[in-house]
Write a protein of this length. Structure first.
Length: 333
C-alpha cells in the first residue's frame, strides 16, 4: 500500500510503498477514503510526542472496512466508519471497568498501530464509529477529532435552555463549535479579532459577531456577558481575559493548546461570580455520534480545503503557516 511516512522529524513526509497490514484479533482493516489534517499533526511532525520512527500519522481517518480480525462481531466488511483517537483501553483498570475505556492510562491509539495517511489502516474495532447514511467522507473526517472535541466541550459546559454562548477562537475547531452550538438551539456569538470575518461568521450561523481587541473579556462584558465561553484559541492571554466576560455562574471551556504561557486568572474573578474554568477534550462516545448526526442532517457544514494525498507536505506547510481555512482533508483514490 501507499502511505505518507514520517521517517525523520522536521523533514518532508515520504510517500512510500509499504507492506499491506492485516488485522489481529479485535482489529479491523480499513480502506481509507479521506483523512483530515489537524494542528496536532504539526506536533507529531516536530517530534513532541517522542514516537519511534518511521510512523504513519493521521488521526481523522474515514473509509470502508475491508477485513475483520478474529472476534469482531459488531462490524461488517463494507461498513463505512471513522476512527477516533482513543480506540481501546486495557479493560482491567478501574477506569475501564467503569465503562470509560477512552480515558484509560494505557489506551491504544493510532500511535500504537498506525494512522490514516495511507491506503489501508488498522484500527481496533472498539475505536470505530459508523458513519450516518448519506454523509460524505470529506465532511466526516474532521469530525473524528475537531468536531468530537468541540461537541464534547459544548456538552461539558452543561448548557441550559436560554443561555448565551460565545465562541473564542474561530479557526478549525471554533467554526465547528459555533455551528454545533447554534444547531442545538443556543444563542451563539462569535468573538474574533478579525473584522474581515464578520460576514463569513454570520453566514455560519453566528447570532452576532463581536470584534474584540486585546481584551476580549471587556468586550464580552460590554456586550452583556456570556453564560458559556467555548475557547479554542491557542493564546493564553485571550483566555485569561475572557474569564472576565462570564456572567454569574458562567463556565469557560478550554479546548485549545495555549502556546504563549500559562492561563492566569484573578481568584476574586472566579470566586465572586461563581465562575468556572473547565478543560475538555474528546469525551463520551455519544458526543461524536451526535456531532456526526448534525453534519449528516446538514445543520453543521465543515468548511474544507481538500487535496490529494500526494500533496501531504504542501498541506502540512499551509497548516503550519496558518493559511488553511478552516480544515484541510486529504483525499485517497
Amino acid at each position: 500500500m501507499r502511505a505518507a511516512v514520517i521517517t525523520k522529524y522536521n523533514a518532508a513526509w515520504e510517500l512510500k510503498t509499504v507492506p499491506d497490514p492485516h488485522p489481529s484479533a479485535g482489529q479491523v482493516l480499513i480502506k481509507i477514503r479521506a483523512s483530515g489534517m489537524c494542528g496536532t499533526d504539526l506536533h507529531v511532525h516536530h517530534g513532541l510526542f517522542g514516537l519511534p520512527l518511521p510512523i504513519v500519522a493521521g488521526h481523522e481517518p474515514v473509509g470502508e472496512i475491508v477485513e475483520l480480525g478474529h472476534g469482531v462481531t459488531d462490524l461488517e466488511v463494507g461498513d463505512r466508519v471513522g476512527v477516533h483517537w482513543n480506540q481501546k483501553g486495557c479493560g482491567r483498570c478501574p477506569t475501564c471497568q467503569a465503562g470509560d475505556q477512552g480515558h484509560c492510562a494505557q489506551v491504544q491509539t493510532w500511535m500504537n498501530i498506525g494512522g490514516g495517511n495511507s491506503e489501508l489502516m488498522l484500527a481496533w474495532a472498539s475505536g470505530c464509529t459508523l458513519l450516518p447514511e448519506g454523509l460524505d467522507y470529506e465532511s466526516a473526517a474532521p469530525i473524528f477529532c475537531a468536531g468530537y472535541t468541540v461537541m464534547s466541550g459544548l456538552r461539558n459546559a452543561t448548557p441550559k435552555p436560554g443561555e448565551r454562548v460565545a465562541v473564542l477562537g474561530l479557526g478549525g475547531l471554533g467554526h465547528l463549535a459555533l455551528q454545533f452550538s447554534r444547531a442545538v438551539g443556543l444563542e451563539t456569538w462569535a468573538v474574533t479579532g478579525q473584522a474581515d470575518k464578520v460576514k463569513e461568521l454570520k453566514t455560519m450561523g453566528a447570532s452576532e459577531v463581536l470584534v474584540a481587541g486585546d481584551d476580549p473579556g471587556k468586550a464580552m462584558t460590554d456586550a452583556g456577558g456570556f453564560d458559556i465561553i467555548l475557547s479554542t484559541t491557542n493564546a493564553s492571554k485571550q483566555v485569561s481575559s475572557a474569564v472576565g466576560g462570564l456572567r454569574l455562574n458562567g463556565r469557560l471551556i478550554s479546548m485549545g493548546v495555549t502556546t504563549d504561557g500559562p492561563i492566569t486568572v484573578d481568584a476574586m474573578t472566579l470566586m465572586l461570580g461563581q465562575r468556572q474554568i473547565r478543560g475538555s477534550s474528546q469525551d463520551e462516545r455519544g458526543d461524536l455520534v451526535e456531532a456526526l448526526a448534525l453534519v449528516a442532517a446538514g445543520k453543521v457544514k465543515p468548511v474544507l480545503e481538500t487535496y490529494p494525498i500526494t500533496k501531504v507536505n504542501e498541506v502540512r506547510e499551509r497548516l503550519a503557516q496558518g493559511k488553511v481555512r478552516y480544515r484541510a482533508v486529504l483525499l485517497h483514490a
